[in-house]
Design a protein around this ligand. Structure first.
Ligand code: DGI
Ligand code: FE
Ligand code: FE
Length: 190
């Protein structure tokens, strides 16, 4: 399947706004790949497909994970939205014909990040946050500049904001992976 076919298929699955966001992540990821020297075509594909499982309802997300043998942790059971990332990687593989492990990893970790991310993981994590169709988030102008100038600094900034947002909501929402990612990048800051 070529990228145009993926796009047609995705447009039939996602609501218009979510599809527009996916296109935003697609082209933002390609720009970041150009600046940071990653594979531009992989960035386009991972960006386009990163939210391909987002349209499923919460209960459905849990059911589909069980059906496909994907682990559901306690935090994920309580916050099923988190599952769209790993389920998205599964659908990218099975429904969109993606076999590239770098692309599948970038989709899997796009919500929480992970310690020691690959360059493509970082690009999708960041592009998801900064793409131009997203409603404005705090400090977004500075975060957007950091994305192109110093991507690790940008990741710390995003995670700091996400963690403080989650902490303000309720602490049992926070996935350990999000905290581990934050600690990893703070401790390994250049
Ligand atoms: O799918 P998108 O909306 O494009 O973006 P995303 O996959 O990054 O998901 C965004 C939401 O994920 C945002 O509201 C913050 C939330 N999130 C990030 N880390 C965690 C988290 N939610 C929970 N419950 N726990 C986390 O650790
Ligand atoms: Fe997402
Ligand atoms: Fe997204």
């Amino acid at each position: 399947m070529d990228r145009l076919e993926m796009k047609e298929k995705l447009s039939k699955k996602l609501p218009a706004k979510r599809f527009e966001h996916s296109l935003g992540v697609e082209y933002t990821a390609s720009c970041l790949a150009m600046v940071h020297g990653a594979d531009v075509e992989k960035a386009l594909i991972a960006g386009l497909l990163h939210d391909c499982a987002k349209w499923l309802g919460s209960t459905e997300k849990i059911e589909k994970c069980k059906k496909h043998g994907l682990m559901v942790s306690e935090v994920e059971r309580n916050n099923p939205e988190l599952l769209h990332a790993k389920l998205g990687a599964h659908y990218a593989k099975t429904k969109y014909g993606i076999s590239d492990d770098e692309i599948l990893s970038a989709i899997t970790y796009h919500t929480t990040g992970r310690p020691n991310m690959s360059l493509l993981d970082k690009i999708i994590f960041v592009a998801d946050y900064i793409e131009p169709n997203r409603r404005p988030l705090p400090e977004i102008e500075e975060i957007r500049k950091e994305a192109f100038a110093d991507i690790d600094k940008c990741i710390i900034h995003i995670l700091k904001n996400t963690l403080s947002f989650l902490d303000n909501s309720s602490s049992d929402m926070t996935d350990k992976m999000t905290i581990d990612t934050y600690n990893y990048y703070v401790n390994n800051a250049k």
